[in-house]
Design a protein around this ligand. Sequence first.
Ligand code: AFP
Length: 323
Amino acid sequence: MKRLNSQLQEDGAPMELILLLRTLLAGCKEISFRVSQGALAGVLGSTLSENVQGETQKKLDVISNQILKDILSESGYVKAISSEEEDDVVPCNPNGNYLVSFDPLDGSSNTDINSLIGTIFSITHAPQWMDADDPSAFLQPGTQIVAAGYVLYGPSAMLALSTGRGTHLYTLDKTHGGFLLTQKDVQVPKQTSEFAINASNQRHWEDPVQDYIGDLIAGEDGPRGKDFNMRWVAAMVGDIHRVLSRGGIFMYPFDKRNPEMPGKLRLLYEANPMAFLMEQAGGLASTGQGRILEVMPTEIHQRVPVILGSKEEVETCLTYYKA
Ligand code: AFP
């Protein structure tokens, strides 16, 4: 089986980006090991602190963030880091050529139930004229991403990665510690009968989402004329892995509760990397109003509504926004 390095070279990734990705993934392997130790390593449960989003931090959130922060800061390739678990950007090497944004442990509420969790990341070029501690360096639309991916810590540890030449899946071979290519050029099926949304938020959805989900639930008796099934992992990384693997539509839509917080998911750490992977696999990713990758960020912890997955299903969903 092909190794990560060979596939990255075949995809024409520059050597410095390959070295950066290998460094980042070395951190993910360490997280994978810590996660797999579970209660044996005393890493489960919460800390007493909250992150900048006001969410209680799990011990594994803090450990994973520290692992990635340390390894990336020391690499020399990175000018600055933005992390879901950091209030501000973390300056690294002033001469580094890349910026890295990450959610060190997505779905961390799943840690205590031994369910799916993962690390999500994206990489852009670092504007050379900006200082390393300038957060505005990160305010680039997702179209500027040069590499994005996630590592899913599941029954096997899997990497989904794109450098803009398709999305490939790799599996961590724990016998020698390398990521081996297990699915090249993933293509998300264009049609689907599966959707993912947290239905407990239904009363807060806007009308287009109410109408669209209502028609899916109506099944073969409704206008869609077929039954749909629903899945919810409560970790975007798990839901997106399923959609990449067998198709589907994943939604965390606009929420009427708080206009200041139009969705739950973060643009830099969740929406953009997943939109990049999805588009590279033939899927679509929208806020309901436009392409996620074209959203111009206004601040690093910004949240956006997310609708992504199988191309034709996302297109159908978007017709409800135009009605
Ligand atoms: P945590 O990492 O704080 O657990 O949040 C995960 C997440 O941001 C995303 O991965 C999930 O899709 C979403 O939250 C699930 O949220 P709810 O199930 O609470 O609606």
